[in-house]
Structures are given as structure tokens and as C-alpha cells.
Design a protein around this ligand. Structure first.
Ligand SMILES: C[C@@H](C(=O)O)C(=O)SCCNC(=O)CCNC(=O)[C@H](O)C(C)(C)COP(=O)(O)OP(=O)(O)OC[C@H]1O[C@@H](n2cnc3c(N)ncnc32)[C@H](O)[C@@H]1OP(=O)(O)O
Ligand SMILES: [Co+2]
Length: 134
């Protein structure tokens, strides 16, 4: 059901420092910061030949990554995003196994303009999973 690894997301405590590290030290192609108010994050994409890294920084009072950064003060790997062909079919199959779909259960439009959903980390070996329909 799942396809390519679309991105690995890393929550960061200092976005400018992380941009400089990936761009100037690691020599990666790094996008401009993009505010995603519907998701409560500012996102920067680091483009690698085979996937992307998504640097996440909290946006607004109710950011879903606020608690994570309070616990992980140096930042940390926040989620992995797998591509799927049919996000509603994937959601329904996962729900039938008891996996918790976060939010109201309906896909939202993600940072690439495509529908996304999140699955509770406690139902996936402690890893927050994002599905993106491509
Ligand atoms: C723009 C878009 C895109 O790519 O297109 C994005 O990615 S937006 C990316 C940002 N959006 C999202 O993350 C949306 C989905 N996320 C959420 O709804 C939330 O972040 C939750 C995953 C439900 C966690 O919420 P919150 O931090 O308030 O819960 P909590 O502190 O009660 O945590 C409950 C338990 O889960 C653990 N926990 C929390 N976040 C975790 C994470 N990212 N990975 C692994 N474990 C995690 C906590 O340590 C805790 O474990 P213990 O009980 O053992 O201590
Ligand atoms: Co993501």
C-alpha cells in the first residue's frame, strides 16, 4: 500500500541555524521557509537526491510540535512521510486495524498541496507516520 519515502521531518529549536547548517555545511539545496498555518508549523524543505528532509519549527500558540520540542530541546526526528495512491482507502484499512488517525480523520492539504493524514505514534512503534497521496 505504501510507496516512496516522501520526507523525514526534523523538529528544530532554531530554524535559521538549521538552514545554515544544511545549506552551508552539508551543501544541500534548501527552500525558503514556508508558513503552514493550518498545520501550526513553518516548514523548510531540504532536497536530497532520493527524498526530502522537512525542517519543522512551531507556528502559533497551538502548534502540534510545541510539546515535542519542550521534551526534545535539541530537536529530534518528528515523523516519516510515506506516499500512498489512495489516502482514503489507506485510512480505512488502518482504522480497521485499530490505528488512530489524528485530527478529525479527514485529510488536510499538506505543504506540497496534496492530501495528508497522520497516524498516532503509539500505534506505530513510537513513530509518528504521515501519509501523503501523490
Ligand atoms: C506540513 C505537513 C506536511 O508535511 O505536509 C506536516 O508535516 S505538519 C507536521 C506537524 N503536524 C502534526 O504533527 C500533526 C499530527 N500530530 C499530532 O496530532 C500531535 O503532535 C501528536 C502526535 C498527537 C502528539 O501530540 P502531543 O505532543 O500534544 O501529545 P503528548 O505530548 O500527549 O504525546 C503523547 C505521547 O506521544 C509521544 N509523542 C508526541 N509526539 C511524538 C512524535 N512526533 N514522535 C513520537 N512520539 C511522539 C509523546 O512523547 C507522548 O509519549 P509518552 O506518553 O510516552 O511520553
Ligand atoms: Co510532514
Amino acid at each position: 500500500m505504501i510507496g516512496r519515502l516522501n520526507h523525514v521531518a526534523i523538529a528544530v529549536p532554531d530554524l535559521e541555524a538549521s538552514i545554515a547548517q544544511y545549506r552551508d555545511v552539508l551543501g544541500a539545496k534548501v527552500s525558503e521557509p514556508q508558513d503552514e498555518p493550518d498545520h501550526g508549523v513553518t516548514v523548510v524543505f531540504v532536497e536530497l537526491p532520493n527524498t526530502k528532509i522537512e525542517l519543522l519549527y512551531p507556528l502559533g500558540e497551538n502548534s502540534p510540535i510545541k510539546g515535542f520540542l519542550e521534551k526534545n530541546t535539541s530537536g529530534g526526528i518528528h515523523h516519516v512521510c510515506y506516499e500512498v495512491d489512495d489516502i482514503l482507502a489507506a485510512r480505512d484499512k488502518l482504522k480497521a486495524t485499530g490505528a488512530r488517525v489524528l485530527g478529525d480523520g479527514d485529510p488536510k492539504i499538506g505543504a506540497h498541496g496534496k492530501p495528508v493524514l497522520f497516524l498516532h505514534p503509539k500505534d506505530f512503534n513510537g513513530t509518528l507516520v504521515e501519509l501523503e497521496q501523490v
